[in-house]
Design a protein around this ligand. Structure first.
Ligand SMILES: Nc1ncnc2c1ncn2[C@@H]1O[C@H](COP(=O)(O)OP(=O)(O)OP(=O)(O)O)[C@@H](O)[C@H]1O
Ligand SMILES: [Mg+2]
Length: 280
């Protein structure tokens, strides 16, 4: 069975005036173990396609199947959990949290894999930006208890605070995983740095480690080398290649023809349609 299948997918954005057909009928099958580059001019629909493949969004029409299940029929929580556990995301602008250390940044998606995202969001709103600082060990002692207290005071049912309490138990395991992921991308020597203290290439390697922490079978990277010089782009690309060699399915949006040629499959978009889909 294919990992992902898109059938006649359309995505139309309506913003007052003319509707924008970001995807205008895309059919595509992503197989387990694929290593593909997605190419196309700016505005051709690449990010829109990635958002659908990554279960971040649902189509206006057509169907998206994740291992045979129609994604738009899953409720939001199930989709979020599937996304958190099975898919790793890498972005052009890294999207690291500035207040967290390298190690803490990499641990963040463990929260989501535990299904505490809505809860995490609620807590963040209640306790402000102190919450994300608390992810590793300090979570257990300093912040979980006050956060739970605040939630209870805010009227959140007690049962809903349970996953948060469970954070206490999984922090050490998350830290182990984060260290291993950082080792894999060659960033073990910068665990306590903040993102602002890293070079672009280093930030992207941390972001890849973050994408790996839940051991996803699928990595979606949207122009991951777009902000990097050639040397760093190569290094980042080599990490994707080695992930593919380990059996991970990797899809990379890129404007870099040279890198695209080093993948196994090229998917080209123009005006929201696929104009080329070739394997080698
Ligand atoms: N949230 C949105 N609301 C309205 N229009 C959107 C939205 N997101 C994307 N679009 C439009 O859909 C089209 C496809 O956008 P998309 O971001 O997928 O392009 P892209 O190929 O990723 O481009 P780039 O290379 O610049 O990142 C564009 O015309 C864009 O303006
Ligand atoms: Mg884009």
């Amino acid at each position: 069975m294919a990992l992902l299948e898109l059938h006649e997918v359309r995505k139309t954005y309506r913003m007052g005036g003319e509707p924008v057909h970001a995807l205008a009928g895309v059919s595509l099958s992503v197989e387990h173990g694929d290593f593909a580059a997605i190419l196309g001019a700016s505005g051709s629909g690449k990010t829109t396609l990635m958002n659908l493949l990554g279960l971040m969004d649902t189509p206006s029409s057509g169907s998206v199947l994740f291992e045979g299940s129609e994604v738009s029929r899953l409720d939001d929580a199930t989709r979020a959990l599937l996304r958190a556990r099975r898919i790793g995301f890498v972005f052009q602008s890294f999207n690291l949290l500035p207040r967290l250390s390298v190690l803490e940044n990499v641990m963040v998606p463990r929260l989501y894999a535990r299904g505490v995202d809505t809860l995490g969001g609620a807590v963040e709103r209640v306790v402000g930006d102190t919450f994300p600082r608390a992810l590793p060990r300090p979570v257990r002692t300093r912040l979980v208890a006050p956060a739970v207290r605040l939630m209870l005071r805010a009227g959140v049912p007690k049962a809903l605070t349970l996953p948060l309490r469970r954070l206490r138990d999984f922090a050490p395991e998350s830290e182990q995983r984060a260290r291993a992921a950082l080792e894999r991308v060659g960033m073990s020597h910068r665990l306590d740095h903040r993102p602002s203290q890293l070079s672009g290439g280093e930030r992207q390697r941390v972001a890849i480690a973050r994408a790996l922490i839940n051991r996803p079978g699928l990595i979606l990277a949207d122009e991951p080398t777009g902000a990097l010089d050639t040397r760093n782009a190569d290094r980042v690309f080599d990490i994707f290649r080695s992930l593919h060699a380990d059996g991970v399915t990797v899809l990379i949006v890129t404007h870099n023809q040279a890198l695209a040629e080093r993948t196994r499959r090229v998917i080209r978009l123009r005006g929201g349609r696929i104009t080329e889909d070739s394997r080698r």
